[in-house]
Design a protein around this ligand. Structure first.
Ligand SMILES: Nc1nc2c(c(=O)[nH]1)N[C@H]1C(S)=C(S)[C@@H](COP(=O)(O)O)O[C@H]1N2
Ligand SMILES: [Mo]
Length: 328
């Protein structure tokens, strides 16, 4: 049995895209009839096999692809899937862009989400049960990292307002604080960076969370979202810099206090709570006037758009004279 596994790995690396490798490993696990629990044991299979097993165990795989909501259009080509899934920011796995391999160690099932704070009744729900209660759709969204790279991704998921409805917030709730899973340092080696204020946390006002654009992502490119992109559930708020779009969320807390966010705690002068994309407000260390598209050269710049091009959806939320550094 194990000899067959080895043969699968002998695919010439040059002939295999990451997708091919992934499918190949899945098929091997299936063909051998190895129970995922056994296959997941590192002592039985070569390192990296866990990649296939993690995704193979994803019970949401049958839900995709989902119908596209045509309301959300792009002014640029969709980023190649291979770029969007191999150039990532996910500090829990390391402070560099090549974390996609390490992220396959993240155990994405079982995955319980806690809804607590100022709600009628606090509860916990498994992500697959949550998926049964919402309308899944695909949306093409731009994504703009504060570091000035940008991409365009077909996300699948559901409007965040649906989660708010399920949560039944009390009338006094003004914000939603969100938290990323704090897994073991073996699963998330980036947690060894002890100077970071773990866990990763983010927050939105209730008005922002209920905005039509605020989207909870559970899939991408017609498949379940990958661990490196924030499986099994992450946020997409495309009018804000990418760090607001928190990954691998386990908790939504409704509160009347402005949440402390990870980057704000670390460097308040550089990363504010609002973080609305604004070409006229430079980062203290670089210009935000232009951006480059993932897959292309960094030297090829396109102009940054106010609210990342989503003014019609969100401008009414923000007072025009606000003074916050990313605020307008
Ligand atoms: N938990 C967590 N969420 C996170 C981050 C992170 O480091 N940890 N990085 C953020 C940043 S800076 C960006 S640009 C996006 C990147 O998402 P992507 O890798 O899917 O492109 O995730 C955001 N969400
Ligand atoms: Mo980012």
């Amino acid at each position: 049995m194990l000899i067959k596994v080895k043969r699968g790995w002998e695919l010439p690396e040059s002939a295999a895209t990451p997708e091919d490798i992934y499918l190949n490993r899945r098929q091997i696990v299936k063909a051998l009839g190895i129970a995922p629990a056994i296959a997941a044991s590192a002592s039985v299979l070569p390192a990296g096999m866990a990649m296939a097993v993690t995704t193979d165990k994803d019970p949401s795989v049958r839900l995709y692809p989902v119908p596209r909501n045509e309301k959300f259009t792009l002014d640029r080509p969709i980023t190649a899937e291979s770029d969007a899934t191999s150039y990532n920011n996910f500090s829990e796995f390391g402070s560099h862009k090549q974390i996609s391999h390490a992220a396959q160690q993240l155990q994405i099932r079982p995955w319980n989400i806690i809804i607590d704070g100022m709600v009628e009744k606090e509860f916990e729900i498994g992500v697959d049960d949550l998926l049964k209660q919402v309308k899944l759709e695909e949306r093409l969204y731009r994504h703009r990292c504060v570091e000035a790279w940008a991409m365009a991704v077909p996300w699948s998921g559901f409007q965040m307002s649906e989660l708010v409805k399920l949560a039944k917030p009390l009338s006094g709730a003004k914000y939603i604080a969100m938290q990323t899973i704090l897994a073991s340092k073996r699963e998330m080696p980036g947690l060894r960076q002890f100077w970071y204020p773990w866990p990763y946390q983010e927050g939105l006002t209730m008005e922002e969370a209920n905005n039509e654009l605020a989207f909870l992502v559970t899939g991408m490119y017609g498949k379940p979202v990958r661990p490196q992109n924030g499986a099994p559930i992450r946020l997409a708020v495309p009018w804000k810099y990418g760090f607001k779009s928190i990954k691998s969320v386990i908790r939504f807390t409704f509160t009347d206090e402005k949440p402390k966010t990870f980057w704000e705690a670390l460097q308040p002068a550089e990363y504010g709570f609002w973080a609305n994309v604004n070409p006229e407000v430079d980062h203290p260390r670089w210009s935000q006037a232009s951006e480059w598209l993932l897959g292309g050269p960094q030297s090829e710049r396109v102009p940054t758009q106010l609210y990342n091009g989503y003014t019609e959806f969100v401008a009414h939320i923000y007072p025009p004279d606000a003074s916050d550094i990313y605020f307008r």
